[in-house]
Write a protein that binds this ligand. Sequence first.
Ligand code: MG
Length: 342
Amino acid sequence: MKLDYWRYDLKLKHTFTISRSSRDVVPVVLLKFEKDNIVAFGEASPNARYNETRDSVEQFFKKIEVEEISDPFKLEHINEYLDSLAPHNASAKAAIDIAMHDWIAKKLGIPLYKFFGGEKRKAPLSTFTIGIDTPEAMIEKVKEASNYPVLKIKVGLANDEEIIRAVRSVTDKPLRVDANEGWKSKEEALDRINWLATQNVEFIEQPMPAEQLDDTRWLRERVKIPVIADEALAYHDIGTLSTAYDGINIKLQKNGGLLKSRKLVYTARAHGMRIMLGCMIESSVGISAAAHLSPLVDWNDLDGNVLISNDPYRGALNEDGKIILSDEPGLGVKPLIPTTDS
Ligand code: MG
């Protein structure tokens, strides 16, 4: 039995800008768990928004006694054990949990979506995300994404309206808009969302800072499109969120992996909420893990591996927004370059 991990820099095809940051390279930690001649893969894509770095991921991995994760079928125990080592550290925990799921499904000889009781044909179409840029550059990016049926547009800076007008000058396809907590006052957010609702925007994601739950509740009572929680999911339980949001954006890297995310799907449904499955910038390991869960959700935003130029794995494909799940056992991912010690 062996647990290995190593650093890898995911290179973005375009500089990726959201309301709080801009990036060309995304540092991740890739992971491999081997037992009974089965090799399973995991990935942590740490995000500064949740106080994680590549160093903190590696420090977390160093605390793990590999005996405690020696039986991957004990998913509940393993998740409790990881939580007992330290709070938070969601991406580090996700990496282990993803590898455990890959191993289990490989051992059973089935693709992971079958382990979840899902059907491939039910995976929703995925959006393609356009980061914040100048209106001219946004137009070019929208043209490059012409094969994708639904776009996700990042806003939350001063030029929101200019950006959406630029996008609308070249396409009339449905848009989903993510402000990444960019609007600080509820009156400003109300004005912007009311205008977006006239632009064939399906929903607005995280319009205001995660902590401003009362403002978001006020906002939701006044707008005509659904309001979806993303960053707020790390701060409030589902029952609380359901009083201020219509749906949630689940990300394995933010929520600690597949077991916890699957529980969130059922809890959110019980509160009458809609569910989007999103991602960080991740390789095909992290994206494939989410893709196998995606037949259980309403909306997919799984393009993290499409946005990079040096994906070290091949796995679930995103072909013009259609998620193609492999029927290979487990995650169905294959390394394209040698993993650390092979
Ligand atoms: Mg978001």
